[in-house]
Structures are given as C-alpha cells and as structure tokens.
Design a protein around this ligand. Structure first.
Ligand SMILES: [Zn+2]
Length: 322
C-alpha cells in the first residue's frame, strides 16, 4: 500500500510534475486544494493529480508504523483482518473469472500486513509480496507458509523478467509517483499472457460524484486520481491489453467503515456513522457486506507474444531517368 519512487530530489522538497504521467501533456489546470496540496487536471487526457507531489519526508511521516488501518484491540484487529481477507477472496474469484487461471505465481505490490497474500496462499497460489514498510514485511513473513516478501520498492527488488502469472495492486497505484514507469516494470515481470489486477479509487464512482471535493479518497498520500478512461490509457501505454473495468466491490462492515471515517474524518459523514453504529447490535455492526465502494476493479493482460519492434526502412526514392 505504500510505495514510493526513488528520485534525485532532496527528501525535504516537494516534487513538481512537469509533464503528465499518462500523456506527457504539459497544460494542467488547478481544481482545488486538499490541506495545502493543489489538485490539478491534465488538459489533454483529464488525469487528476497532486502538483507538486509531497516530499519524501512528508510521505515518510504519513507512512509511519501505524499506517495500516488497524484497531487498538486484538479482537478489533482480527475483525479487520477477516474483512481484508474476505475482500481478497472476492478479488481472487473475479480475477479467476477473467483469466481462467486457478492458481500459479502471484506478485502483490504494496502488500501491507499481508492479508491478501495469506488468503491467496490458502487458495494454492505461490505468493510473493513487495512492501515498503520493514515493520509490515516482518509481520507478513511470520504469517506466510512458503511465500516471500521483499522490503522496499518494486524496482529495487530487481525481479527477473516473465516470472508471474498474476500481479495484484490493491489500493496501491494511487500512491505511486510515476504510475507508467511502475506499470511498465510490472509488465516486464509478468509472464506472457499474465494478468494484472488493479483496485484503485475512481473519480467515476458514486461516492466521488456525491462527495465532490470532500471525497474521502482525496488525501496527501494519494498522488494520482484515475477514472476509467485515464487508467485504461495508462495500461494501454504500458503494454497491457484486453482491459476490463468494473465497479469496485469490497467487503466491509459498519464497524470497519466507522473506524475508517474516524481516522479520516469527513464533516457530517463521520458523526452520522458514529451515531448510527452506536445504536446497532454488535452482530449487525460486524456483519460482512459486499458493497460498491469508492473504487474500480480493472483487469488486463500482457500479450501472449512479445511484439517485435517494428523495423522501419526508409527507401530512398530516386529517379533513374537519365
Ligand atoms: Zn495527460
């Protein structure tokens, strides 16, 4: 969930985006600010992003050891973990429907506390995780039976090419400084015909339309805001084919949603949720519900055959008339 890109910028400096990460356009217009970060839209492709992006230091402060949504009690943590694993099983089932593949080698980037990997391993996948937080990595290593976890960023792991049948990005791509560079690296490590599954907040979602600038996904660590169009373009430009976009289902409970909104408060919504969950019986608060949330689920694949570079030959046209 937390992945940053290595850059040459000083760690304290906010990083200006000079050209759009998706289309390379350079005309952006200002939309609004969250805290003191400007949200802009690319005039050419419509991609929304923070500009400038927060500094490495600012992101490190956000991604402290307590970043992953948890609970103060062991029972609470267990409930959160069960919800995340239920969402993982839902994502795996949808991915299986798309690819037809039952199991194989799975890579999850930004694996957090490892709930997705644990669920995937239980279903027979051979799992590998990449996670920026060393604390989270240690925890994941303890939870997996055979799976591996790399601490750091994807590029640092230097995986050999064409290793994985499935790559999973669950609430990750919005955190990446340069999404296209990142997607191209994923494309490289996937086997020909391999599947990429992306879950990310979507500007097209009902919650984004309803909450507008108060949308809970507008936050400092979310550097890029995709919609269906811009994510499809980004995937196509990174070499992915057969893109299918669906509304993002998640498994949630009232308790989990309330905890999220208490952590990232939104006027009216947070007090309302706190109020109604107080009135509910415990069983109802903890019940798993499959709902369309703020995101989209996007499936795509790497071509079976690696396209050969097109050889362009310039044929000199000359006149043989003497
Ligand atoms: Zn653009």
């Amino acid at each position: 969930m937390k992945t940053m890109s290595h850059t040459n910028h000083p760690a304290t400096e906010r990083q200006a985006v000079k050209t759009c990460h998706v289309c390379k356009g350079a005309r952006f217009y200002y939309l609004f600010s969250i805290s003191d970060y400007r949200v802009v839209r690319c005039d050419d492709c419509g991609l929304m992003f923070l500009n400038p992006q927060p500094s490495d230091d600012e992101l490190t402060r956000i991604y402290d050891a307590n970043y992953f949504l948890g609970s103060d009690t062991e029972t609470g943590r267990q409930a959160v973990s069960e919800i995340k694993q239920a969402t993982a099983r839902l994502y795996l089932a949808e991915t299986r429907r798309y690819s037809g593949l039952q199991y194989g080698r799975l890579l999850e980037i930004g694996c957090g506390d490892g709930d997705f990997l644990v669920a995937a391993e239980d279903e027979g996948w051979l799992v590998t995780g990449v996670e920026y937080s060393p604390t989270a990595c240690e925890k994941v290593r303890r939870r997996l039976k055979n799976g591996q976890v790399h601490s750091g960023e994807l590029a640092q792991a230097q995986f050999p090419a064409e290793q994985y049948d499935l790559c999973v990005l669950s609430d990750v791509i919005e955190h990446i400084r340069d999404p296209l560079v990142f997607l191209r690296e994923i494309h490289r490590v996937l086997k020909p015909g391999g599947t990429l599954f992306v879950a990310t907040p979507s500007i097209d979602s009902w919650s984004a339309r309803f909450m507008k600038q108060k949308w809970m996904e507008f936050k400092t660590e979310h550097l890029t805001y995709f919609d269906r169009q811009t994510l499809q373009t980004a995937l196509a430009k990174s070499g992915f084919r057969d893109v299918i976009v669906q509304s993002g289902w998640k498994i949630l409970s009232f308790d989990y949603v309330k905890m999220h909104f208490e952590r990232f408060p939104v006027p009216v919504v947070t007090p309302f949720l706190t109020f109604i969950t107080r009135l509910m019986p415990r069983k109802m608060r903890l019940k798993h519900r499959q709902i369309v949330a703020s995101g989209m689920m996007v499936f795509s694949r790497k071509s079976e055959v690696t396209p050969q570079p097109v050889l362009s030959v310039v044929v000199p046209a000359f006149n043989e008339v003497k």
